[in-house]
Write a protein that binds this ligand. Sequence first.
Ligand code: CUA
Length: 204
Amino acid sequence: MSSILPPSSRVWWNQPLDRVEGTWIALALIWCLAMFFMMPYWHIFGKQNLSNEAYRVTAEAYSKKTQEMVDKFTVRTETDQQIPVVRPPAGSDVYLIARLWQWWPILELEKGQAYRLHLSSMDYMHSFSLQPENLNIQVVPGYEGVYSVTPTRAGKYSVVCNEFCGIGHHAMVSNLYVVEKGQGGTGDESADDQGEDKDERGEK
Ligand code: CUA
């Protein structure tokens, strides 16, 4: 019998199951269940499948919150586009905008501190991919995803867009800095000034 021809008996679905067929169905079912329980397992023990919250948000409201953070905590600008590098206080809410074709602003976080990372898109679907950690988060317009993150390793990370979002998709790249406590800030030229700023704010 082939699928081109009609089945030889019209009522074909109540024929007894072949043993091989039954075995494969059982195997597939067992594997499905294994994968189903691996999802919570990975969440708890594999540190994958992030815990997140998500809220409805408009692009205007989200960009306003981001702008407020940028106005308060920008320490320098980077790249030809003068993208602000923002150093929000340890433990605070940090906002990142995804839009055609840019991540905005650049975040500078402190190692060992917990942050609430907010992600939203101003236009279409993007995806936040943090490399080389290989942390991947879908960024959806109209929703604000909130992720609890604690950077564990200092360094300069790459942020790339992982969702094809048009002609400039390949250019939608950025950085994220994780610095040791008391480091980072305004950059090399004015590192001394930064030290004084920090003293004034009572940081070590
Ligand atoms: Cu944004 Cu690809």
